[in-house]
Ligand binder design. Structure first.
Ligand code: GTP
Ligand code: SPV
Ligand code: MN
Length: 627
């Protein structure tokens, strides 16, 4: 098939809009661009779209794409009086979260995917998915979206191109990354780029009317780390469809980082400014829907402290020549969990969402605004739920899907750091690991050194959330919050972390901490108020980094002295505080058994220093049981 631009293959001239200023293929004469053209031609040949649209990232193009989606019933325009420039998308009820069981790492060698990933032999899985992509874009537009992760041309940045047949994906990528012709200039100059292909897998017969959320029951999200490619089929939702995010910026980038000596992490990034005006940079890895966006937008409840947001989901981290670790947020927007986001929990997010936001699977108010559980204490009397059905507080079901989300530009965050997209990033002072743990894990514990910190990271476990398909609440291991996102063997990833630590100046490596906002009392309530009050934990962490406060040794690491936590203005009962920091050696010996079992699944590949950490932990715990 010859490649045509958006308009030369329009079905009926009568519906061709006024002359477009976008959509056609930009002409470059470089050899590097010839490779891109050939690749785009080959995908068009395979998927047989009605037209090909090269996305230029312009405002007029974005507006046209949004308008088209409204006309096609794919987006609902919200009332501009309440929510200017904003839209609601309702997904198919079967396509609401990342599908980890359908996510594959197709490395040449099975051992390079490791036991925590679904491995597929590259040739075999290509043979399986290629027929699915054959004609999969029939009746649709194929969009070519050049994007940069990190500032265009930055030293830590990487570029890619996503081909997709979803306009919703295009408008989302436009918010989440830097899209536009500046990226093509880079490709033309010969900069390497990652190929990503996405189809919702719902070709249209001639004359067939489209549905609001096209997708396919059969789904494949396949990564080829050896050739830097991603192929995603059948889903239009989140990380399954915005391939720059989890597929590229974590799974593929982690492999590039392994080979080049840097880290691609599922981490938020903040600047914390103490009452004296001194700035510190903190990165934190928590599993999906475990509080990254919330901590990224923290409003400290203790006077004098400020937080500036740098990123809320992904950090790319590289050792600098100064022996420190430098981090950027490669994204340009937030794809955040809506439920639980409200004035009392994350007022910064609420303010960020004033307009220019795409909401997915939240509820619609009669006045044309949106609502979700937790936005306000009381639910509106009437709503249309996320599936489009009438809803009242008596309905006995959720109005918004638990994994409903907002997509909004980072620049709209009222506390975004003024230099948030600085190409060289920021130097890290502390790294936190956390998860949802109702039991055992204290509010905060400090690692004794880098290796111990890596040991802690390798042992993160968390109760499952609605961010991925599966049983919510079930405890699972989620090392470094990277279980679904590490593009190679997790044991090699542990080794890589140890190696990166060795590249740092010993006195300049970030300190590592474990935190847990989610410990519960025997009555099932959270022991810690969380949210803005997490600043009290950050305050202790910063004072540890500064060397201005002592800690007490425990078998699992260093704990705060309770009197060193700033608890002014909150009322945490003494027995709750005790429980928040309780370390039960018998229960921790059981945790150690789980670690041994987990490590054993890697067939001897777990690095020896981590095995030694496990032995040392057990020794300390046994000592503690005897005292
Ligand atoms: P992903 O975007 O899936 O990676 O999630 P995330 O890690 O950014 O999680 P997010 O900040 O969106 O929080 C998910 C849920 O956890 C929301 O419903 C929050 O209200 C809740 N949450 C966040 N921080 C806290 C906290 O300190 N305490 C409690 N109890 N809940 C919290
Ligand atoms: C997560 O699940 O960690 C997310 C949402 O941030 S998604 O982009 O769908 O992966
Ligand atoms: Mn995430």
């Amino acid at each position: 098939m010859a490649i045509a631009n958006l308009f030369t293959r329009s079905a009926a001239p009568a519906i061709v809009p006024a002359a477009p200023v976008y959509g056609s293929r930009p002409d470059y004469s470089s050899g590097a661009m010839a490779d891109l053209y050939a690749w785009v031609d080959s995908i068009a040949e395979l998927t047989q779209p009605d037209r090909v649209h090269w996305v230029d990232g312009s405002r007029s193009e974005n507006e046209a794409l949004l308008r088209e989606q409204v006309e096609e019933g794919k987006l609902i325009k919200l009332n501009p009086e309440w929510r200017p420039g904003s839209y609601l998308a309702r997904s198919h009820p079967s396509d609401v979260a990342r599908t980890e069981a359908r996510t594959f790492i197709a490395s040449e060698r099975e051992e390079d995917a490791g036991p925590t990933n679904n491995w597929a032999a590259p040739d075999e899985i290509r043979a399986t998915i290629t027929p699915l992509f054959e004609g999969s874009m029939r009746g649709r537009t194929m969009y070519v979206v050049p994007f940069s992760m990190g500032a265009v041309g930055g030293p830590l940045s990487h570029i890619g191109v996503q081909i997709t047949d979803s306009a919703y994906a295009v408008t989302s990528i436009g918010i989440m990354t830097r899209v536009g012709t500046a990226v093509l200039d880079q490709i033309a100059e010969g900069k390497p780029w990652v190929k990503t292909v996405h189809s919702v897998g719902a070709p249209l017969e001639p004359g067939e009317k489209d549905v609001a959320w096209p997708c396919n029951d059969e789904k494949y999200i396949v990564h080829f780390p050896d050739t830097l490619e991603v192929w995603s089929y059948g889903s239009g939702y989140g990380g399954n469809a915005i391939l720059a995010k989890k597929c590229f910026a974590l799974r593929i980038a982690s492999v590039i980082g392994r080979d080049e000596g840097w880290l691609a992490e599922h981490m938020l990034l903040i600047r914390v400014i103490d009452p004296a005006g001194k700035a510190y940079h903190v990165a934190a890895a928590f599993p999906s829907a475990c509080g990254k966006t919330n901590l990224a937008m923290l409003r400290p409840t203790i006077p004098g402290w400020r937080v500036e947001t740098l990123g809320d989901d992904i950090a790319w981290i590289r050792p600098g020549e100064d022996g420190r670790l430098w981090a950027i947020n490669p994204e340009a927007g937030f794809f955040g969990v809506a439920p639980g986001t409200g004035e009392s929990t994350n007022v910064t997010a609420v303010e960020t969402l004033w307009g220019n936001t795409i909401f997915t699977n939240v509820a619609l108010r009669p006045d044309g605004d949106v609502w979700w559980e937790g936005l306000t204490d009381d639910a509106p009397a009437e709503l249309i739920d996320w599936e489009g059905n009438p809803w009242t507080p008596e309905s006995g079901r959720l109005a918004a899907h638990p994994n409903s989300r907002f997509t909004v530009s980072a620049g709209q965050c009222p506390q975004i750091a003024p230099d948030w997209d600085a190409p060289e990033g920021v130097p890290l002072d502390a790294i936190l690991f956390g998860g949802r743990r109702a039991t055992n894990v204290p509010l905060v514990v400090e690692a004794t050194d880098w290796t111990h910190g890596v040991f802690i990271g390798s042992n993160i476990s968390s109760e499952r959330t609605a961010a991925a398909e599966g049983t919510v609440g079930e405890l699972r291991r989620d090392p470094f919050a990277m279980l679904p996102f590490c593009g190679y063997n997790m044991a090699d990833y542990f080794s890589h972390w140890l190696k990166v630590g060795q590249a740092l100046r010993f006195d300049r490596a970030p300190r590592i901490f474990q935190v847990n906002w989610f410990r519960k009392g025997s009555d099932g309530r959270f022991l810690w108020p969380g949210f803005g009050d997490n600043s009290r934990v950050i305050d202790w962490i910063i004072r540890r980094v500064d060397g201005s406060v002592d800690a007490v040794d425990s078998p699992i690491g260093r704990l705060p002295k309770v009197e060193d936590l700033n608890l002014d203005g909150i009322d945490v009962p003494a027995e709750d505080l005790e429980e928040l920091f309780a370390v039960d050696p018998d229960l921790w010996l059981q945790e150690a058994d789980l670690t041994e079992e987990f490590y054993a699944t890697f067939d001897g590949r777990v690095p020896a220093p981590l095995q030694s950490e496990l032995s040392a932990l057990r020794y300390r715990l046994r000592q503690a049981t005897q005292s």
